[in-house]
Design a protein around this ligand. Structure first.
Ligand SMILES: [Zn+2]
Length: 491
C-alpha cells in the first residue's frame, strides 16, 4: 500500500472513530428489513445462438479510425450483413437506415404514439490490436475463440458483447410475440473509439432524431457493469453500477518561449527549467474536491446493506463527509470521483541534445467533473501557475456530460428488475471514460450507461488490452436483463 493511501485511510479511520459513538442507534435503524429473494418469471434465452453470433461478430474486425480513408469499410458492410442474416425478425420489425458512412438507425413504431420512445445504443467499432502485442494474445484477437470458459477477442467486452445481447433480446422478444407500446430505437454508432464528437456517427444520428422532432424517454448505452463486492464480515452485495454522468476531458498545451542557443553556454534557467515550475504549480494546486450528492448515493446504497460497522459509516456520513472527501482526494485511484484531475502527460524541449530549447511545451490532460467546463480549466491554469508568460492552446476537449436524474421510469425499472434479489444494490455513478451517449443529450435527459455483465475488476481493466475476453457464464443474465428492461419499458 502506498504512503498516501495509508495516510488517507488513517484520516478516514480517525474521523470515523470520533463520529461513530453518537449514532449507533441510527446505524441500527438503517438495517434493511429482511427481504426474501423474489423469483421473477424465467426468461427464454438462446445462449448457443448468442455465443455463436458474438464469436462471428468478433471475427469481423470493425476497426474505426480518425481518418476515414484508413477505414476498411467492407468490414462494416460485412458486420451489417451478419446482423441482417442472424436477426431476421428484428429486421422485419425495424426499419433500417445507414447514417454517416456506417452507423445504423433502427426504428420500430409502437402502438401508442403518445408515449416517448426508448433507445438502446451501442457502437460497432473496436480498437485495433496494438502493433507488437499480437503474439501476447493467448488466442487470435479477431478469432472469436471459445476456450477456458470465455469468448476471446477484440470487442468481447467493448462492446460487441453488449450490442449482440441487445439484438438477441429483441429477437427473442419478437419470437415471443412482443408488441411494444412505445417506439423503440436501436442506434449503432461506428466510430465511438475515435471520439470524433460532432463528426461521430452517433452525433449524426442524434441530429437526425432532433430534426425529426424525436424526444426519447430513456437511452441505455455501455458504461457500468455488475461487480461483486465481498468483504468478509462487512459486505456481501452485487453492485449494479449505472453511469448517470461522465467526466469531460481536455488536453491543454502549455508553451514557454526561450532564447535557444548552444548548450555549452546555458542560462541559469532555460525554457524547460521554467516549465518545471509550471508543472509543479499545477501538481501542487489541484482542483477543489467535493462530496457530490452522487457520491453520497455511492456510499449510502451499498452501506445500508452491510453489517453494523459498515452501516455506522453510512449513518454518520454527514459528519464524515469532510474526512472522506479528503481521504478520497489523496488516493490516486479514487481522486477522480471527487475532483477534476490534472495529469501532465507529454513534454517537449529542443530537437537536439546540444541545443537549448527555443520553446518548451507540455500537454496536460484534465478530466473534468460535471459542472466544470474547459473554460474553468483555463481559468484554473491561469490562476495557479505563477509564470504569466505561458501560452495556452486547447488541443482537444470534450465537455462533461449532464447528470441524468434517477427518479425516472427507466432508472426505477432497473431497480425493480434487480430489486428481486436483496443482495443486489443499484448504484448511480460517474463514468470516467467517454461514451457516445452524451451526444444524445439534445434528445434525451434520462441517459443510463450500463452493461449488464457480471465481470471482475481485472477483466474490466482489460478493455482495450491484450486477451480481452468475456466469461460465458455472465452472458445469459445480460440477455435476461435486456429483455426485462425493454419489455418493461414498452408495455
Ligand atoms: Zn466502448
Amino acid at each position: 500500500m502506498k504512503k498516501t493511501t495509508k495516510t488517507a485511510l488513517a484520516v478516514c479511520g480517525g474521523a470515523a472513530a470520533a463520529g461513530l459513538g453518537v449514532n449507533i442507534a441510527k446505524a441500527v435503524r438503517l438495517k434493511p428489513a429482511k427481504q426474501e429473494k423474489k423469483e421473477l418469471p424465467p426468461e427464454k434465452v438462446d445462449l448457443e445462438r448468442y455465443k455463436r453470433n458474438l464469436s462471428d461478430a468478433i471475427r469481423i474486425p470493425t476497426v474505426s479510425d480518425r481518418d476515414r480513408d484508413k477505414v476498411d469499410w467492407a468490414q462494416f458492410e460485412k458486420f451489417h450483413a451478419l446482423l441482417e442474416e442472424r436477426y431476421p425478425l428484428f429486421h422485419k420489425a425495424f426499419s433500417k437506415e445507414v447514417i454517416s458512412d456506417a452507423s445504423l438507425l433502427y426504428y420500430m413504431p409502437g402502438s401508442d404514439p403518445s408515449l416517448d420512445p426508448i433507445a438502446m445504443i451501442a457502437h460497432q467499432d473496436v480498437v485495433p490490436v496494438t502493433p507488437g502485442t499480437e503474439q501476447d494474445w493467448k488466442y487470435e484477437p479477431f478469432g472469436g475463440v471459445e476456450a477456458e470458459g470465455c469468448i476471446w477477442g477484440r470487442g468481447s467486452i467493448d462492446m460487441k458483447n453488449h450490442l449482440i445481447a441487445v439484438m438477441e433480446s429483441v429477437e427473442t422478444l419478437l419470437e415471443e410475440g412482443w408488441r411494444p407500446a412505445r417506439d423503440v430505437y436501436v442506434l449503432l454508432g461506428h466510430n465511438e473509439e475515435n471520439m470524433m464528437h460532432r463528426e461521430s456517427g452517433a452525433a449524426y444520428i442524434s441530429r437526425e432524431l432532433e430534426r425529426r422532432g424525436v424526444h426519447l424517454e430513456a437511452l441505455m448505452d455501455e458504461g457500468g457493469a455488475v461487480l461483486e463486492a465481498h468483504v468478509k464480515g462487512l459486505l456481501d452485495v452485487n453492485v449494479i453500477g449505472v453511469g448517470i454522468a461522465e467526466k469531460g476531458q481536455a488536453d491543454i498545451e502549455i508553451t514557454l518561449a526561450g532564447k535557444g542557443g548552444h548548450s555549452s553556454q546555458p542560462p541559469v534557467h532555460n525554457a524547460l527549467g521554467r516549465m518545471a515550475d509550471v508543472i509543479k504549480d499545477l501538481e501542487d494546486h489541484q482542483f477543489k474536491s467535493e462530496f457530490t450528492p452522487l457520491l453520497g448515493e455511492l456510499f449510502m446504497r451499498p452501506a445500508a446493506k452491510g453489517t453494523l460497522p459498515v452501516r455506522m459509516v453510512a449513518a454518520n456520513l454527514k459528519a464524515l463527509k469532510p474526512a472522506l472527501t479528503l481521504a478520497l482526494s489523496k488516493i490516486p485511484l479514487a481522486a477522480g470521483i471527487v475532483r477534476t484531475t490534472t495529469a501532465v502527460t507529454m513534454a517537449k524541449g529542443s530537437p537536439a541534445p546540444n541545443v537549448l530549447p527555443q520553446k518548451a511545451s507540455i500537454n496536460v490532460n484534465f478530466r473534468m467533473m460535471p459542472g466544470t467546463s474547459t473554460k474553468d480549466v483555463i481559468d484554473h491554469i491561469r490562476k495557479v501557475v505563477r509564470n504569466k508568460d505561458i501560452e495556452l492552446r486547447v488541443v482537444k476537449t470534450k465537455e462533461p456530460s449532464k447528470v441524468s436524474p434517477i427518479d425516472t421510469p427507466a432508472f426505477r425499472k432497473i431497480e425493480e428488475i434487480y430489486g428481486a434479489d436483496p443482495k443486489n444494490v443499484v448504484i448511480p455513478y460517474l463514468v470516467f471514460g467517454g461514451t457516445d451517449s452524451y451526444l444524445y443529450e439534445p434528445v434525451c435527459e434520462n441517459i443510463y450507461r450500463y452493461s449488464p455483465f457480471r465481470l471482475s475488476v481485472a477483466l474490466l481493466a482489460n478493455t482495450h488490452g491484450t486477451n480481452e475476453r468475456i466469461p460465458v457464464d455472465c452472458m445469459e443474465d445480460a440477455v435476461v436483463f435486456f429483455k426485462r428492461y425493454i419489455r418493461g419499458m414498452t408495455i
